[in-house]
Design a protein around this ligand. Structure first.
Ligand code: NAD
Length: 303
């Protein structure tokens, strides 16, 4: 039910792709006043058709906003948006001092800290709040948020995050949300390759992939890919595999996340042999022209 607080809180939402679009739609449905912007006209049209106000630029969307949320592909987009680049001034220069900034993109901790420190210098509260749960979770409003920042800012963000997500985890200081997200996605990338490998082995041994999936799901090999995101077409109606690998979590985004994990491992001396291997498999898959397909299509490299 819409409460007074939601009706009087204005949210600028920047980045209306596979994740940002449904997240913005859920905020609108909950009664928040949402002003949205995306560089892609098609993404804007999809959101406008749901009654959400589209602004002419990110800066215009943020005029008078109490909260700014960004959901962009990578660190360079986030840094350009908030810090500016050769073609535009950064949003941090334009926001009113009591604005709360929530970046939900998956980016490196280094990038997140660069923006968080600039926000702090400008007197603007900022948290990193990357998500897990895929496009299904974004649509259903059941995402998991992994949040880094000051206690105060996280508590201010909580009611808004609860509209878009089911689990809100406080990971620690600024950058900690991104650190947690990178660990999770490295594991997911490894699990999807492992699951695909097992299903491919089963297939050449004459097993029905649906039967094998069910055996492994309820045995010691059970994991999230088998529960919610089977890589074989036709086994799960709503999984990207059954929609020609369209509209889920892109192979290139997984490749980006594994790159961030490797960057982090290199910087800290962590030992990540399986993350390194998984990254090579996704890199091969992307190079073969599959970068825009959902990452579960990596099974094609293993068949
Ligand atoms: P996407 O490519 O579908 O959407 C990104 C959108 O950002 C695009 O519509 C693009 O036009 C827009 N954009 C880029 N630069 C912009 C700018 N300067 N101003 C305004 N709009 C701009 O990507 P997505 O799948 O929605 O993912 C977004 C982020 O969420 C990524 O960091 C990704 O790693 C992360 N993520 C994705 C998933 C998933 O399942 N898709 C799950 C968890 C996290």
């Amino acid at each position: 039910m819409t409460n007074q607080n939601q009706r009087s809180t204005t949210i600028a939402f920047i980045g209306l792709g596979n994740m940002g679009g449904p997240m913005a739609a859920n905020l609108h449905k909950a009664g928040y006043v949402v002003a949205a912007f995306d560089l892609s006209a098609a993404a804007c049209e999809r959101i406008a058709s749901q009654g959400i106000m589209i602004a002419g630029s990110a800066a215009a969307a943020c005029e008078g906003a109490d909260i700014v949320i960004s959901m962009l592909p990578a660190g360079r987009h986030v840094e350009a948006l908030y810090l500016g680049d050769a073609s535009q001034a950064g949003l941090l220069e334009q926001l009113k001092p009591d604005t709360l900034v929530i970046d939900s993109s998956t980016i490196s901790t280094t990038s997140a800290l660069r923006v968080a420190h600039a926000a702090q210098a400008a007197g603007i509260a900022m948290i990193d709040a990357p998500v897990s749960g895929g496009t299904g979770g974004a649509i259903a409003g059941t995402l998991t948020f992994m949040v880094g920042g000051s206690d105060d800012s996280v508590e201010r963000a909580r009611p808004v995050l609860e509209v878009m997500g089911k689990n809100i985890f406080y990971a620690g200081v600024a950058g900690a949300g991104q650190a947690a997200k990178i660990c999770n996605n490295m594991l997911l990338g490894i699990l999807m390759v492992g699951t695909s490998e097992a299903l491919a082995l089963g297939k050449v041994n004459g097993l029905d992939p649906a039967v094998l999936s069910e055996i492994m799901r309820l045995s010691s090999g059970g994991n999230w890919a088998l529960e919610k995101y089977n890589p074989v077409p036709g086994i799960m109606e709503n999984a990207p595999a059954s929609k020609a690998y369209e509209g889920g979590f892109g192979t290139d985004l997984m490749l980006k996340d594994l790159g961030l994990a490797m960057e982090s491992a290199h910087a800290t001396g962590a030992i990540t042999p399986l993350g390194t291997l998984a990254r090579q498999v996704y890199a091969l898959h992307s190079k073969a022209g599959n970068g825009d397909l959902d990452f579960s299509s990596v099974i094609r490299q293993l068949q």
